[in-house]
Design a protein around this ligand. Structure first.
Ligand code: AMP
Ligand code: MG
Length: 319
């Protein structure tokens, strides 16, 4: 078994595949299939590509139900699940607000209250109507737009690993710009060594040893716009219509990367207390929440979150 690594810019980030295969031809072929799958998903889920299925539906999908692809329907269904679970802290309809705050950041001008009100009137996951019988989507409010930026990369990472496994490669890691999907451990080891980074303070002390799971990290302070001395994160609280203010770092461990990705964003919005409550309510999910208040860094971890160098998950699931 040899180690192979491939990188490709996709979905607005850099995807990295690390895999163990008997020879380069096998590795390359499997990696190519995985990258192709990510490419297909990007063409479906991307909100910044005007030709994506999602973008097309946002132009057409108001009032009349539109039939959508299986992949898109799956991600939409999972998105609404996390919205219900978090009472709307996770909400893929935030796009009009994301756009407004991006413009505010570029022009260094606070958004006009009327524009803000208009954007907020287009937000609300309860107005995304899915019909599983005919696999359709309808957007109830005029001007609604969807943004899968908090969940799409996670799903793509899951799918990439699925394709590698289909090609017979089980010892693999998919890095979707910091959101990781991990397969079986590398040969002769207990797992993949993962370090959680704090964008401000660099690498955290200690590391995790993980296999057959996923870990995603969201950081409110990682990307932001600065307005009138305030830092407003790229993660929005749909209830206030604004970027969250705490510069925290949230890592979520889950059996799959779609869940880890969606929940790391959700918990960032909810904050440590409500966020941890939510994590406790979901089976097989653990979190580490770090917040900075008054110059002090406070870290909370859920009971089952692995301590450094203790392998997770504890038992290897049999295939
Ligand atoms: P992540 O990096 O996974 O935390 O995702 C952040 C991205 O998700 C942002 O850049 C927005 O495109 C989108 N987003 C922002 N706020 C929310 C929210 N409350 N719910 C769902 N998606 C969001
Ligand atoms: Mg996310």
């Amino acid at each position: 078994m040899n180690r192979y690594e491939y990188r490709r810019p996709q979905m607005g980030t850099l995807f990295r595949l690390i895999l163990y295969a008997p020879d380069e031809a096998a590795a390359r072929k499997a990696a190519e299939a995985a990258f192709q799958r990510i490419e297909t998903l990007e063409a479906i889920l991307s909100d910044y590509r005007s030709d994506s299925e999602l973008a097309r539906l946002c132009r057409l999908g108001h009032h009349q139900p539109q039939v959508v692809s299986r992949d898109l329907f799956h991600v939409l269904e999972r998105s609404l699940y996390f919205s219900e679970l978090s009472n709307g802290a996770f909400d893929i309809t935030v796009k009009p607000l994301v756009r407004l705050w991006q413009t505010a950041g570029k022009t260094h001008r606070w958004p006009d209250p009327v524009a803000l009100r208009r954007a907020r009137a287009k937000v609300g996951y309860r107005h995304v109507i899915l019909n599983p019988r005919i696999r359709s989507l309808r957007l109830e409010l005029s001007g609604m737009e969807l943004d899968l930026g908090a969940i799409g990369k996670g799903f793509a990472a899951d799918e990439a690993l699925r394709l590698l496994r289909q090609a017979g490669i089980r010892r693999a890691l998919i890095d979707a710009g910091g959101d990781l999907r991990l397969g079986d451990a590398p040969p002769g080891s207990r797992g993949w060594t993962v370090r959680i980074e704090d964008p401000k303070n660099g690498a955290q002390p200690g590391h995790l040893i993980l296999h057959d799971c996923a870990i995603a990290t969201s950081s409110g302070g990682y990307r932001f716009v600065e307005l009138g001395g305030l830092r407003l994160s790229h993660i929005l609280d749909p209830h206030t219509g604004r970027g969250i203010r705490q510069g925290g770092v949230v890592s979520v461990l889950a059996p799959d990367c779609l869940t880890a990705d969606a929940l790391s964003t959700t918990v960032s919005v909810l904050g440590p207390e409500k966020g941890m409550d939510l994590i406790h309510r979901i089976d097989g999910v653990e979190a580490r929440i770090q917040v900075r208040t008054n110059g002090k860094t406070l870290t909370t971890v859920s009971d089952g979150f692995p301590s450094p160098s203790q392998p997770w998950p504890i038992a290897t699931p049999e295939p």
